[in-house]
Design a protein around this ligand. Structure first.
Ligand SMILES: [Zn+2]
Length: 348
């Protein structure tokens, strides 16, 4: 295999796409439209919430409409923003990264977990945070099998429903104070990030829980119950969209980041795309469905991924590298489910 030639052709083709179309790798019109949609969804739902929530029956759905804007923002804005893949302007590009903190997730720690850990170690146990679920799920045959894993295909989606609540209230703090990934153990973080962690978490709880109680006059119990109720849906939808590209039956699970001759093979071996032709998927999943190109070039805005995927697919084929994809997200979910069922029942 001529790795240098393969790499050169891949990246030349990617660069040529932008040159020949005379466009930037950052936000195009579609991404600018998404930024507007995110802003309108977030602020509009907040206005509706505070204008029309006369009874709990109106409050609960409007509250859900607002909380779901967070999922759209995290998938479509925050991911690219934290890869610096939206704008070039120094102030604006840094400010956009805090969109994640607005949604309750610490953006600094997210960059540690995602940009450093995940992007360098896809499907590597102990380094990739996508393979961690508090020991409840076994994602790779390299992980120890426990009795409870026999039933993991039955409770998989129940665990995923707790994904966002766990992330907001536990995981961020745990990663700062009791890190579970090898790359984070012993790592020193700037003091200001600890201050931001507590400040932004308090700000989040104040804005999504305390303000509705104070201004709308609903009981603490009702607002907290509505918050948890919607987060069960946000958690399950978010976790599925994030998880169905890597831990799948067709993908490989290397034991270290150096298992392949080059990182480029690590990407193709551990990643599967999905929903290439889905209008909704390409609009809502924030490009996570076209994940191979994301790992090859994370600093490119996700609204270019579909065109770039069409460019890189034949090159992989030419060099005999398997490009893996599922037609729809349901096929990808099935592959993820069957992978976990096989690992649980030790059919691996
Ligand atoms: Zn990424």
């Amino acid at each position: 295999m001529n790795t240098d030639a393969f790499k050169k052709e891949l990246y030349q083709t990617i660069n040529l796409y932008f040159d020949k179309n005379g466009i930037s790798k950052l936000a195009n019109d579609q991404m600018k439209a998404k930024l507007v949609i995110a802003g309108v969804w977030w602020s509009g739902s907040l206005i509706l919430l505070y204008t029309f929530s006369a009874t709990p029956f109106i409050f609960v759905p409007l509250y859900g409409l607002h909380l779901f804007s967070h999922l759209f923002i995290m998938l479509n804005i925050s991911h690219d923003a934290n890869h610096f893949a939206i704008v070039d302007n120094g102030m604006f590009k840094k400010a956009l990264r805090y969109s994640l903190d607005l949604c309750g997730i610490n953006s600094y720690m997210w960059r540690q977990l995602h940009n450093h850990q995940h992007h360098n170690n896809m499907n590597v146990l102990g380094e990739d945070d996508g393979l961690v679920a508090r020991g409840l799920l076994r994602f790779t045959r390299h992980d120890k099998h426990r009795f409870v894993h026999k039933f993991q295909h039955l409770y998989l989606f129940l665990v995923y429903s707790l994904f966002s609540l766990d992330y907001i209230f536990l995981k961020d703090f745990e990663c700062f104070f009791f890190p579970f990934l090898d790359g984070l153990k012993g790592k020193k973080h700037p003091r200001i990030e600890y201050v931001k962690l507590f400040l932004f978490k308090l700000g989040y709880v104040g804005y999504v829980i305390v303000l509705p109680i104070y201004f709308l006059g609903f009981s603490v119990g009702l607002v907290i119950a509505a918050f948890c109720f919607w987060h069960l849906f946000i958690g399950i939808v978010g976790a599925i969209i994030i998880q169905v590209e890597h831990p799948l039956r067709a993908n490989e699970f290397p034991t270290s980041r150096n298992e392949y001759e080059d990182y480029i093979y690590h990407v193709f071996a551990t990643t599967s795309d999905h929903s290439y032709n889905s209008l909704f998927g390409n609009w809502f999943y924030g490009g996570l469905n076209l994940h191979v190109i994301h790992h090859l070039a994370p600093r490119i805005c996700h609204t270019h991924y579909r065109a770039l995927t069409a460019e890189i697919r034949p090159i992989a084929e030419k060099y005999g590298v398997t490009y893996k994809a599922n037609n729809t997200i349901f096929d990808a979910i099935k592959e993820h489910y069957l992978h976990l069922r096989n690992l649980g029942l030790q059919k691996d």
